[in-house]
Design a protein around this ligand. Sequence first.
Ligand SMILES: N[C@@H](CCC(=O)N[C@@H](CS)C(=O)NCC(=O)O)C(=O)O
Length: 198
Amino acid sequence: MKLYWAPKTRSMRLVWMMEELGQPYERVKIDIGDEASKANPAFRTASPMGKVPALEDGAVRVWDSGAICAYLADQYPAKELAPPVGDPQRAEYLMWLMYTNSVIEPAMAEKFANLKPNPSAYGWGSWEQMLLVLRKGVEKGPWVLGQRFTAADVLLGMSCIYMRQFKLLGVEPILDAYAARCMERPALQRAMAIEAAG
Ligand SMILES: N[C@@H](CCC(=O)N[C@@H](CS)C(=O)NCC(=O)O)C(=O)O
C-alpha cells in the first residue's frame, strides 16, 4: 500500500490508522504548498482534488480520510477496527465514522468563520450541537462504541486533539479525557513520532 501524505494535515488520521493496522505500507510525501508536487500524476489519480491523504492499494485508489479509514477497516477484518456487516453495532459505527467529516469539520468551519448558527438548515446542526452529541458519544468510554476501539475513534480522537490544539475548545473534561485515552495508544504515539520526523 502507498499512502500519500503531508505532515501536520488530515493525513495524520491515516498514519495513525496504518499504525493500528500494522500492515506494511510506503509513505509518499506531498508538499501541499507546491503545485509541482501536487501535480504528481500517480497522486492525482488517487486524489483528483490534489488533497492528502490518499491511498493506493493494488488497483484501488481512494482519497478522503473517512473513506480510506472505512476501506482499510473492512479490508483487514482480523484487526477488528470495524464491526462487520450484520453486527448489531455496525450502524452506530458507521454513524460515528461519518461524524468527523460530515459534522465536526463543517461545524469547525462555522466556528472559524464565525457564521451565524442556523441549526435546522445546516446539515451539521451547529458547533454547539456537534459538541453536545460528541460529548454524549464518548462520555462513557473508553471508546465511542464502548469497549471496542474502531476506526471511528481514529477520526474522532484526532478531531478532539486538533480542536484542542486549534484552541477551539473551552473547558471540556469529557473530550479531553477521551483524547488522553487516544494519546495512550502505542499506535498513535508511533504515528506522532513519524509525523515529528517529517
Ligand atoms: N475531506 C478530506 C479533506 C482533505 C484535505 O482538505 N486535505 C488538505 C490538508 S489537511 C489538503 O490536502 N489541502 C491541499 C489542497 O487542497 O490543495 C479528508 O478528510 O481527507
